[in-house]
Design a protein. Sequence first.
Length: 202
Amino acid sequence: MKKIKIVLSLMFLGAFVMQSCIKDDVVALGDTGSVFVKINDGPTKALYYEPFTTKKNVVVFNVRRDVNSPAELAKAATVSIIDAPELVAAFNKENDESFEALPTSIFTYVTDPSITKSGNKFTVNFAPNEFAKNIEISLDGSKWDLSKKFAIGYKVTEAPGAKISSAQKQILTMISLKNKYPVSTTHRALSRNVAEVLLAFG
């Protein structure tokens, strides 16, 4: 009888442990199975280049749709994105930085038939089976002021049939041009002093 009680107790304990494990493995559905749209590089992206005087194509960000099935990917989709210059000021305030909004005089958008821009709004059209798009600019290095750092911001505002990622719904892309081997202030002062000495004895 005692053995039977022990066996029954073990069986009960085993069933309890198994039930607990099942509960731990259950994942709340929530957003599982949803289609998401996000700015893949966000929320911030930093680009550094050596000074150049030509025009350089730069991908400022990549917008992506994460689908839940091949059937969903086979559908066309549209995403709306707007310019968000206020992100520059917000970043500067939070990080004690001095970025300026990238002037429109030193860049143009690289043409893509699937991406249109009207005012401050982009309309990005995904073809069936297409899941990512690059927003690219042509940057004119000859117009860049090397004493400044520039940034450009964007926000996703609409994605019909999908959810916009709360963590990656916007991006601030920071662009800096700087010499690979910057000349120090001391070196510049020394060079100036040498030049003055040579001039005096010239």
